[in-house]
Write a protein that binds this ligand. Sequence first.
Ligand SMILES: [Cu+2]
Length: 407
Amino acid sequence: MTTIYNYIKSVPVVTGLFLCLASLPANGGILVQCPGDADGSADWAGGETQPANTKCLHLSSGDGFVTMADGKLQYIFGFSNLTGIPANVETGTADILAAGSLAANFPAPPIVLDEGDDVYLTLTNIGMLNRPDLFDPHSVHFHGFPQSSAIFDGLPDSGVSINMGSSLTYYYKPNDPGTYMYHCHVEAAEHMQMGMLGSLYVRAGQNGETHTYKGKNFTMFAYNDGDGSTGYDKEYPIQIGSFDSAFHDASIDVQPLPFATMFDNYPMLNGRGYPDTVNPDPLTPPVENGEKPSQNESTLITASPGESVLLRISNLNVTRLYTLGTLGISMRVVGKDAKLLRGPDGKDLSYKTSSITLGGGESTDAILDIPAGTTPGTTYFLYTKNLNYLSNDAEQFGGMMTEIRIN
Ligand SMILES: [Cu+2]
């Protein structure tokens, strides 16, 4: 008797497919693709060879908790870094699930690329342990990336998003240096309010050359300026963000989410309110995370007299614009939205200011030129000029502020 199965089996291509599936390792949907890396760790430790100009990264998406500066616990969705954990081996799935569960970071791990890199970024969707009723896919959207291919752009409408238990390796070729940002683009207003945001920047191809600007030699530059005018000694990614605690509480309590009344009461830099912003270490992790660190990015800026400090500032906040300002030292704005501030004829459009205003999705490259005669021990502040947001909910003298310490 000819069954459908026997019929299918008789087709050589389909038989081949069955054989292929049978030969896959028993590691479910987690497959990390990274040239030269055999074990799926997204690195080349243990004798593997890294191809030139190649970067790999393995991120998880899932849930977890962070602690606000006033002690309030907040439930979040977010990304964490799984790079270095072998995924494509017998124990890979168990190891990845253990590392990626309740591991959400806020902000997401910063992604640092070099112009011209071949970038392979694998996202594994672990799922939300505290919301087993949800089956949300997630994605990575490289915001402002000018050479995006639809399939790797993270928009669920025009590309793909990653279901729970699955992974996808995104490919990028960043040819334009500048300060970008990344976020999940699935149900963006919800997933971004919940914390799926991070810094991303592309270092300039001009790095390594020596250019002299105003009597100082530089080998690192924000952009391919040709004249050293975007040269810097140190760089700091700073992401503006803020949370509406009522929204996060409704999420963990499985209640309707208050989209129309979204009102952020925790203004932050790199996922912390002052004074947590100046803590150089990861914050003490909440026990609710199984004590996995979830707030790893300090915003303490330190510099020596005479140094030039590049602030790579981005805003991925959902609800409003924020103004960041300095007191006693000006910012030299050399780039906006990942573009060098130059006119079509090459005219220098950079400017000095003590305040910049960014809406969601905008970025600014600002250089602090610390005067050579600055007294060590001097502290400047970088803070929001929306003074009501210098707060951690009901607590004042906090919020969106950090220190620039001259040593
Ligand atoms: Cu998401």
